[in-house]
Ligand binder design. Structure first.
Ligand code: PLP
Length: 463
């Protein structure tokens, strides 16, 4: 029998020996010292050395109500004591799942009709793909199966989620994307728009490219288009002006379902309940997770519009049971956590707070950093923001990726007690929605210090 070392070794030693981590270099982890977080309260987390960090990423964009909320802990323990588990297959239900589905429908845009539960953003997006395929089969269009996603979009790391994600580093090592997944332009005006184009003109050009792509593949083969309202893991890219207004009519013209991935943007992050509200979207299918439970317990939910639901219902006579689902679909403990979490978001006016403090965050970041020689762009909406680093401000020349400057800045910021997220050449911010203006000032102060250190290391910038 293998020897266990838990009693003598530190947690970090054990971890690096036996734990394969997500989105982590296996070799670096095996040879390094993992960071060990031990507790959290409000917007802060603390490591095993007692160092406190302002978590300006809310974990992985998810701890919307902040750490240490007894209301959620109590709801979880009460439910676990009463009924820790029962499944929702074969028409079984439980009270928290039913109540949560009703609540989500009441919060969602008006045309949403049904909820399908899962445990992660990835599985919810896989469910969406299967719903799209089912939908077109029921309608007698078995060819209409391809899914269009966007470069640098992120939709999870399951087979369909990763196939939809427009991230080459997630494709090459795993022989992805699968067939049937296509990628169109990332909607990043500052980085990709040809000189002289206005945002509206750039949006129109992206819509033209999308239509050309659809026609090239044949509209009869395209089942759905998926988009995040604001691209998160791409480095926080809000759409350029008029983008969705230009894209959506093309989807409608060719009867292509519109999946809106609200996994990051949902539950108040942009200063409205949904990114769809901010950009005036009417999704056929909505993916949610993260802020649904603020990460206290894993849970996700696909919201299904009335239009799609009618076809699913029609499919029963053809296919019998909707043969898709997870052991943990509608998990009662997760649903109880979600209900308590939604009580907090509503009761404390956190969506309104995200709008108010978000406006201050956007203004403060721009004022503090937009003129910095290493900063190419400061962008964001509500309580989500990105700062993109450049080697040459004038020409927008990026740093050599091998220098990993964003990762280096992330490390320097950890030293200052600030957690941001390095993504490509950008640093991301997605703090808990309980943030105050004073907290924003602290973020700016710590970020300034880190950036100053980075500037000293890379020797300033050109331009
Ligand atoms: C927009 C979006 N969709 C889906 C996912 C996948 O969620 P999960 O990691 O819970 O599978 C993420 C995760 O960051 C995301 O940002």
């Amino acid at each position: 029998m293998a020897e266990t070392s838990t009693e003598t070794a530190t947690v970090q030693e054990v971890d690096r020996k036996v734990h394969l981590h997500p989105f982590t270099s296996a070799a670096e982890h095996a040879d390094g010292v993992p960071r060990l977080m031990v507790e959290g309260s409000g917007i802060h987390v603390r490591d095993n050395g007692g160092k406190q960090y302002l978590d300006a990423m809310a974990g992985l964009w998810c701890v919307n109500v902040g750490y240490g909320r007894d209301e959620i802990v109590d709801a979880v323990s009460d439910q676990a004591r009463r009924l820790p588990y029962y499944h929702t297959f074969l028409s079984m239900t439980n009270e928290p799942a039913a109540r949560l589905a009703e609540r989500l429908i009441s919060l969602a845009p008006g045309h949403m009709s049904k909820v399908f539960f899962g445990s992660s953003g990835s599985d919810t997006n896989d469910t969406q793909v299967k719903i799209v395929w089912y939908y077109h089969n029921v309608l007698g269009k078995p060819e209409k199966k391809k899914i269009i996603a966007r470069q640098r979009g992120y939709h999870g790391s399951t087979l369909a989620g990763a196939s939809m994600s427009g991230m080459p580093h997630m494709h090459d090592p795993f022989d992805l994307p699968l067939d049937r997944f296509i990628h169109v332009d990332a909607p990043h005006y500052w980085r990709h728009a040809p000189k002289g184009l206005t945002e509206l003109e750039y949006s129109a050009s992206l819509a033209t490219n999308l239509e050309e792509c659809i026609l090239r593949h044949g509209p009869e083969t395209i089942g759905a288009f998926i988009a995040e309202p604001v691209q998160g893991a791409a480095g926080v890219i809000p759409p350029p002006e008029g983008y969705f207004q230009a894209i959506v009519p093309i989807l409608r013209k060719y009867e292509i379902l519109f999946i809106v991935d609200e996994v990051i943007c949902g539950f108040g992050r942009l200063g409205e309940w949904w990114g769809s509200q901010v950009y005036g979207l009417e999704p056929d299918l909505m993916s949610t997770a993260k802020g649904l439970t603020s990460g206290y317990v894993p849970m996700s939910a696909c919201l299904i519009s009335d239009r799609v639901w009618k076809v699913l219902r029609q499919g029963s006579s053809q296919y019998g049971a909707f043969a898709h689902g997870y052991t943990y679909s509608g998990h009662p403990v997760a649903a109880a956590a979600a209900l308590a979490n939604l009580d907090i978001i509503e009761g404390e006016g956190l969506v309104e707070n995200a709008a108010k403090v978000g406006a201050y965050l956007q203004k403060s970041l721009r004022e503090a950093f937009v003129d910095h020689p290493l900063v190419g762009e400061v962008r964001g909406v509500g309580l989500i923001a990105g700062i993109e680093l450049v080697r040459d401000k004038e020409s927008k020349e990026p740093f050599d990726p091998s220098l990993a400057v964003a990762r280096r800045l992330h490390e320097l910021l950890m030293g200052e007690g600030l957690i941001c997220r390095a993504m490509f050449e950008s640093l991301g911010f997605s703090p808990p929605l309980i943030l105050s203006n004073e907290n924003v000032d602290s973020i700016v102060e710590m970020f300034s210090k880190g950036l100053k250190k980075l500037t000293a290391e890379v020797g300033g910038a050109r331009g």
